[in-house]
Design a protein around this ligand. Structure first.
Ligand code: ZN
Length: 121
């Protein structure tokens, strides 16, 4: 993935993260465009010890925040947009719809079929 695309997805992920944190009621000063404030909010969200803040974040949001943090980590590592199962590129269309995706559509489909068949047993 080239630098331009990387920055595009970084921005997209950061925006989603901020939206989630705002939704969770993060009143850490102003969650403006200020990257430093955003970084503080991310730190706070990942700190298990901050119970009050954690309690305000619902499970679904917590999982999503964690996934976004992981995706941002993969961006830094240069591994973003690569399927963690088969190593192929994840289609950009899929990343646009689901920027935290870690599997290409083929693997995802395969996993879902496996899951379904194991449930039927
Ligand atoms: Zn794959």
């Amino acid at each position: 993935m080239d630098k331009e695309r990387t920055e595009f997805f970084r921005k997209l992920l950061n925006e989603r993260l901020r939206a989630l944190l705002v939704e969770a009621g993060a009143t850490l000063g102003n969650l403006t465009e200020d990257q430093e404030n955003l970084a503080d909010a991310i730190d706070l969200a990942s700190m298990e010890s901050n119970r009050d803040f954690q309690l305000r974040i619902r499970d679904r949001e917590r999982v999503l925040i964690h996934k976004i943090q992981e995706a941002l980590g993969r961006l830094d590592e240069g591994e973003y947009g690569v399927c963690t199962h088969c190593g192929n590129d994840i289609a950009e269309k899929r990343l646009m719809a689901r920027p935290v995706a870690t599997h290409c559509i083929d693997c995802k489909t395969e996993f879902e079929q496996l899951e379904r068949s194991s449930r039927e047993l």
